[in-house]
Ligand binder design. Sequence first.
Ligand SMILES: O=C(O)CCC(=O)C(=O)O
Length: 298
Amino acid sequence: MKREATVKSVIKGRIERTLRKGIRFGRSIARGSIEVKAIRLGTQAVARGTGRVGITDDAGYAKFSIGDLTVGDTSLPLLQRLAQEWIATPERHPTGKRFPLNVMQPEDLFTYPEILDVALHDELLAAVCGYLGQAPRLFNIALWWTPPNETLKGSQLYHYDHRDTRQAKLFLNLNDVGPESGPLHFLPARMSDRVNANVGYSQDRYTDEEVFAAVQPGDVVRTMGPAGSAFLVDTARCLHFGSRGNKYDRLLLMVSFARANGVDGGPSCPVLDPVRERLASERYGMDELRRFILTVAK
Ligand SMILES: O=C(O)CCC(=O)C(=O)O
C-alpha cells in the first residue's frame, strides 16, 4: 500500500514539474520581447564578470565570500552595523510572522546605496545571469534576522521555492553563522533530484524522514561561515529549510532573483515594490541592465 502511494506521488511530481516547465515555456513565448531583452542583457552581464562566482547545473549553488566582490572594505561593516541597529529598533520588527524576520525598509535602499551595490554587484549578476541564461528580475531583498526559537513551521521545514523552475538566491552572512544559528540547510540539486525520484517532487513541505529515505545527512550543505561568507542557491532546485532551532541570532542579507517570465510571480516584496521605479530612475538612469532587473514586470 505504501509502495503504491509512493509511486503515485512520484508520478504526480513528474506531472507537476512538466506542467511548471510548460507554464514557463508558454510565458516566454507570450512575452517574447521581455525574453529577448533579458537574454541580450544577460549576455552582456556575464561578460562583465570574472567567473569567480559561478553556479553549476549539478550543484545548483555556489559558495563565495564578500571579498570576491569588489565592494571595498567598508560594505560588510556597514551592513553589520545596520543589522544590529535595525534589530534593536522595535518599530522595525514585524509581528505575527514566521522566521526569518525582515528588518529592512524601502527608504533604506536610498539612505544606504551600499546595499544595492552589493545586491546588484557585477560579479553576482554575472553568476546569476550565467545560471539563468538571461538577466533576471530582482524579486525580493531583505535583511533577515532569526532570533533564538524553537518553532518548526513554514520555511523551517524542507521545501522548494515556487517562482520558477530555477532561481538564484543570495544568502550573505552578516554575523558568524554556526550550526546553532539556524543556517539554511540544503541539498545540492542532483541530491534533491534523488528525493524527487524517491518520494516525488512537490510544492508542499517534506518531512525529514522523507528526505533521509533518499539521501544521507552528510549530503546536506549548511550556509555556515564567518560574517561575509556567502552562498548563491537555486532554492527552486535545491530542497531546503532554515531558521530551525536557533540558539543564537542569525543575520543575513537575502537577495532573490528569478526570470521575469517565470512560473509564478509569488507574493510582492514590501521593501522593493514601493520604490522600484524611483530607484531605477534616481540611481540607474543610464544603466539598462539594473533598470530592467528592478522594473521588468513579473
Ligand atoms: O534561511 C531561512 O531561514 C529560510 C530560507 C528559505 O526557506 C527560503 O529562502 O526559501
